[in-house]
Design a protein around this ligand. Structure first.
Ligand SMILES: Cc1cc2nc3c(=O)[nH]c(=O)nc-3n(C[C@H](O)[C@H](O)[C@H](O)COP(=O)(O)OP(=O)(O)OC[C@H]3O[C@@H](n4cnc5c(N)ncnc54)[C@H](O)[C@@H]3O)c2cc1C
Length: 485
């Protein structure tokens, strides 16, 4: 049976219409013409100390961190909400914030956020269980995204609307000037220094001048347009190059589904095989923050670029086709999904990787084994597996080469392809965002370029904001703090 026929077979059974056949579209050739856009004057919208572009995890965290230091901060976001992929992309499974011993190493902004999210908006293990290797506890949480390699981890799933609301509250209470529905299109560069950005909105094109810019667009939009080189190599055998639009099915019983997975391993394997035969790209659901909503962070599509407008369009068309196919297939065959319905497809396309900007240093696979602690460390990530120690992230990986006045944070920070597998995760983006925000405020306040800042000042402020740094860095920063007082 051809895949397309089998999709129709499933959809017809359910009386659902499939609106596209899921096959890749034929591209029309683009004309090889150029258009000379006329130079023009545009209004200056504002002047600010710190301009943060992109309100995802890294941008929200950067804006709050900079404002805590008293900087005047403007945050520009193209959509109508904050949280980026962690809300609008339905990436509501927040990856590990604990190391393999259960110690919370991604703290600071992340910790503040979870202290403030309503309890009913979070599903995850209690603090007492973090790091547990108890087989029964780990088995329970392994089906709920919070145990990995037999260790219970602090990696909860959350309600995206609660995170949107809290993110907005946190920036507004810090008096950040928030601009939604505003798309930054071009950095303003004078003598090699980024001193603002041009954005487009329903009002047209306007400029914002800033003492320091923080690019948290995820795709290094501003940094790349400033001419900074980017690394784009990625392991094509791994999921990190894949793009997709996530979706949620409601009206489900995830407890019943999990019981099926746990107790009927052959039935589950047959189900998955049948799904793959029928739809080609087939995904199993994750627990969300509630047992009547299932999360699908796929099906993952390969071979597309997140910075090519036609590729992004194609991903949306194919993802929608696959969403409808999944709905029909699960309703027909999955225990607990008989009454499922599509409650939401993600407003933001699920991009794992596009560019990683070139910076003064970067996190690399080479440092994992030796457990290198950078002198300019601004955060610590749990390692990908228990055999490696925690991974230190240097400040210089946030400082692009070739242009001054700008910092980058989030999933485009400087690292190699292997280290990108975890540096792009939501908690790590909160962590680099907070560091970039602190550094941007310090640089704006002192009139220095971010590159010239003393990292110990950044470390000291990060510790004051509740961030975690390696013990050797903590004691050194503590000394500096004591001297400064
Ligand atoms: C399918 C998928 C599954 C994933 N699974 C997990 C997981 O299980 N756990 C986990 O922790 N992480 C996961 N991740 C990774 C994680 O979601 C992202 O890497 C993380 O959200 C990146 O944060 P960010 O702030 O760098 O960028 P983003 O979340 O992409 O936010 C960038 C923000 O900037 C805005 N923006 C972009 N360009 C502009 C512009 N020019 N002007 C104005 N605004 C702009 C965007 O609208 C967006 O709001 C997953 C990612 C994907 C795609």
């Amino acid at each position: 049976m051809k895949p397309a026929d089998s999709i129709n077979e499933v959809s017809n059974t359910m009386g659902l219409e499939i609106y596209s056949d899921g096959a890749p579209r034929q591209r029309r050739q683009r004309p090889s013409l150029k258009y000379a856009e006329a130079a023009r004057e545009i209004p200056v919208f504002s002047q600010t100390d710190v301009l943060v572009i992109g309100g995802g995890p890294s941008g929200t965290s950067a804006a709050v961190a900079a404002a805590k230091l008293g900087a005047d901060v403007t945050l520009v976001e193209r959509y109508n909400h904050l949280g980026g992929l962690s809300t609008g992309g339905l990436v509501i499974w927040i990856d590990r914030m604990t190391d393999w011993h259960g110690k919370q190493v991604i703290a600071g902004f992340a910790e503040e956020l979870f202290d403030r999210l309503p309890r009913e908006a979070i599903m995850g293990p209690g603090k007492g269980e973090w790091g547990s290797r108890d087989a029964a506890v780990a088995d329970y949480w392994s089906y709920r995204s919070a145990a990995f390699q037999g260790v219970v981890t602090w990696s909860p799933t959350i309600d995206p609307e609660a995170l949107k609301s809290l993110s907005m509250a946190m920036v507004l209470e810090r008096k950040v000037r928030l601009l939604l529905h505003a798309w930054a299109v071009q950095p303003i560069i004078k003598d090699g220094v980024m001193c603002g950005a041009i954005f487009e909105s329903k009002e047209g094109r306007q400029a914002i001048f800033a003492k320091v810019v923080v690019d948290t667009t995820g795709d290094a939009d501003l940094i790349a347009r400033a001419g900074v080189d980017a690394e784009t190599d990625i392991d094509t055998t791994d999921i990190h190059h894949c793009i997709n639009t996530a979706f949620m099915l409601a009206g489900v019983d995830m407890e019943r589904w999990t019981e099926f997975r746990r107790t009927d391993k052959q039935g589950f394997a047959d189900f998955m095989n049948r799904g793959r035969e029928t739809l080609q790209f087939f995904e199993k659901p994750f627990f969300s923050w509630r047992s009547d909503i299932a999360l699908f962070m796929g099906p993952r599509l390969s071979g597309y670029s997140a910075i090519d407008v036609e590729d992004l369009t194609e991903v949306e068309i194919r993802s929608r086709h696959l969403m409808n196919g999944h709905l029909a297939f699960y309703r027909a065959r999955a225990p607990g999904f008989e009454k499922a319905y599509l409650i939401l497809s993600a407003p933001q396309t699920g991009v794992r990787h596009s560019r990683r900007f070139v910076a003064h240093n970067k996190v690399t696979r080479g440092q994992w084994d030796e457990g290198k602690v950078w002198d300019d460390e601004i955060g610590v990530s749990a390692s990908p597996a228990p055999k490696w120690p925690n991974i230190s992230v240097p400040y210089a990986s946030l400082v692009p080469v070739g242009v001054e006045g700008v910092l980058g944070a989030g999933r485009h920070v400087a690292c190699d392809a292997s280290s990108h597998t975890f540096l792009r995760e939501v908690p790590q983006c909160w962590m680099t965002g907070q560091a970039a925000g602190v550094a941007a405020a310090l640089a704006a306040g002192s009139g220095q370029f971010p590159r010239d800042l003393d990292p110990r000042l950044i470390q000291r402020e990060l510790l004051k904001q509740g961030a975690y740094l390696s013990p050797s860095i903590q004691s050194r920063a503590g000394l500096v703090f004591a001297e400064a007082k």
